[in-house]
Design a protein around this ligand. Structure first.
Ligand code: FES
Length: 361
């Protein structure tokens, strides 16, 4: 299968969601409808030249499955965020490069399930897509959404959520948690952390053990805290899904060995053969200076990537010869590492010769 490529899409609409967040809808031409087919929970990677720099960022799709001619993402401006600030300036009719949907934080629609969605801030975007798609596509399923924000002015997609509440009165439960605005029900005030979730479960407001699937999306501390609470409450780990786009400052897991070969230390001048779209190209990588991705960029090779931080898996490839070590890995699962996959944005050669196949799935 070919590695993902960017396509230029026209912006069909831009809607202000909060003072610092917009929903951007891309028109999907008919000839790209298969390419941009998605599973609820996936994200799009946007690419733009900002101040002369090629920048990419991933944003979750908030569209329901039945929105066929558009894909909408929510973008919240973050402090000093060059791309998220740029995104606030986009307008209808602008054209921008977009990579087809990717990601594993997904809900396959079909059957009968009870879903528990835990979202904070802009983490609502994939949860909104999942909630809308489940409620429309699984007539006997229920969705409970616990949504944390500072106050009501920072609630994204308020109209969409209220619409779901009105339309699915018996199958959709929406609970707001706010830490800068007092709500009538005391338990809903404060931060969405482990203690709050355990209290809500003990009071019977949520029932994580009864849920068939739990999706957690938000800043890393919230994800870690919520996951820990679910474990404490006895939830089966296989039922929990979470996605990390921005790790907390200082977060740095131990280096991972990518194919079981002992780490030999940085290789100066390793020869790395890249297989991409059926073509082969060899570059030299000084592992003390570069990852495979940064060396490839210096060599003018256009490898697929998005976060460049070990989080999104867009740069995944398979080691077919040699060995490499990743600086960080927030996204590859143990079976993938066992099968020889690595992240080129994190991989540094351990051997004089390394062959990486980007077409391997
Ligand atoms: S580009 Fe996101 S993990 Fe490498």
């Amino acid at each position: 299968m070919a590695a993902p490529r960017f396509h230029t899409l026209e912006i069909a609409a831009v809607r202000n969601e909060t003072p610092d967040a917009v929903a951007i809808s891309f028109a999907i031409p008919e000839d790209l409808s298969d390419t941009f087919a998605f599973v609820p929970g996936q994200y799009l990677t946007l690419r733009a030249d900002i101040g002369g720099e090629d920048m990419r960022r991933s944003y979750s799709i908030c569209s329901p499955l039945n929105e066929t001619s558009r894909r909408t993402v929510g973008v919240k401006r973050i402090e000093d965020g060059r791309f998220s600030s740029f995104a606030q300036t986009l307008k209808q009719g602008d054209r921008i490069e977009v990579m087809p949907p990717q990601g594993r934080f997904t809900a396959q629609i079909g059957g009968e399930h009870d879903y528990l969605l835990l979202a904070a801030g802009s983490g609502i975007t994939p949860c909104l897509s999942i909630a809308k798609s489940v409620l429309a596509g699984e007539p006997d399923s229920t969705v409970t959404l616990l949504y944390a924000n500072r106050n009501s002015s920072s609630v994204m997609f308020r109209d969409d959520l209220n619409d779901l509440k009105d339309r699915y009165t018996t199958r959709f439960t929406l609970l707001h948690v706010m830490d800068e605005e007092v709500q009538d029900v005391e338990i809903m005030n404060g931060r969405l952390d482990a203690e709050k979730l355990e209290n809500l479960a003990n009071l019977g407001v949520i029932d994580p053990k009864a849920a068939d699937a739990i999706y957690i999306c938000g800043p890393e501390p919230m994800i870690l805290s919520a996951s820990a609470a679910m474990t404490t409450l006895g939830v089966d780990q296989n039922k929990i899904k979470f996605e990390l786009f921005t790790p907390a400052p200082g977060a740095k897991p131990a280096p991972a060995k990518t194919n079981g070969t002992p780490v030999n230390g940085a290789k100066h001048g390793a020869s790395v053969e890249i297989i991409l779209d059926g073509a082969r190209r060899t570059i030299e990588v000084d592992a003390a200076q570069d990852t495979v991705l940064t060396a490839a960029m210096k060599a003018g090779l256009d490898l697929p990537y998005s976060c460049a931080g070990g989080m999104c898996c867009t740069c995944r490839c398979r080691i077919v010869e040699g060995a490499a070590t990743m600086d960080e890995n927030f996204s590859l699962e143990p079976w993938e590492i066992e099968a020889g996959f690595t992240l080129s944005c994190q991989a540094r050669p351990d051997t004089d010769r390394l062959v990486l196949d980007f077409d391997a799935q």
